[in-house]
Design a binder for this molecule. Structure first.
Ligand SMILES: [Zn+2]
Length: 208
């Protein structure tokens, strides 16, 4: 039992350092490792003292705002959508299903998965704007919050972050630009001609 506790403790400690290397705030480290406030402060002190110049300095402060606000930034929206798709591919986000309570979501496995996903993402997108904290907001929102879902564009199948209850057409920004008129009237986009329309037209023609 003692050995098991030691390895679990080491795992949390490594996760804390890994998250700090990715630019996590102390409060995020505390949430994901379950360490006490004092223990987290101690680890942050050790990290700041020993970090290399390339590793970010850990500064206290509030984590970023909610996903809705982050998605208002056009560039960030593109990146958040891309990294959400990556989370699916890497199985950090489950395919679909019931929202998970926050307390159950914050496991060492999930924390390590977030660090790994962020590493992969940064390698794929070297000039990325997305911060690790923003990735955490995204994954927590998608996994716990029924208001957000990752769906597919109905035209090109690329990933799309949407409010599942919204009536907006499931079109990505590129397909919206291609069809052009989406901002004018979303209801008119890509609605195929229905037989009823032809019938109506024939009836109208026969009347004249
Ligand atoms: Zn599309």
């Amino acid at each position: 039992v003692a050995d098991y506790n030691l390895s679990a403790e080491l795992r949390r400690y490594c996760l804390a350092l890994e998250m700090l290397r990715h630019g996590a705030r102390p409060i995020t480290v505390r949430h994901w490792t379950g360490f006490t406030y004092a223990r987290t402060r101690q680890i942050v002190r050790i990290y700041n003292k020993n970090r290399t110049p390339a590793e970010p300095r850990c500064a206290p402060g509030p984590p970023p705002m909610g996903l809705k606000k982050l998605l208002k930034d056009t560039q960030l929206r593109v990146e958040l959508t891309a990294v959400a798709g990556l989370c699916r591919v890497l199985k950090v986000l489950p395919d679909r299903g019931q929202p998970v309570p926050r307390s159950q979501l914050r496991t060492p496995e999930m924390g390590e998965g977030l660090c790994h996903t962020y590493d992969v993402y940064r390698r794929l997108v070297p000039n990325a704007q997305l911060t690790f904290e923003q990735l955490v907001v995204l994954v927590v929102s998608l996994a716990t919050d029924e208001r957000w879902a990752l769906e597919r564009c109905m035209s090109c199948e690329s990933h799309l972050l949407i409010d599942p209850l919204s009536l907006e057409p499931r079109l990505c920004a590129q397909c919206q630009n291609r069809t052009g008129s989406v901002s004018a009237d979303p209801e008119l986009i890509e609605i195929p001609e229905t037989p009823a329309t032809h019938v109506g037209a024939e009836i109208q023609q026969s009347l004249f």
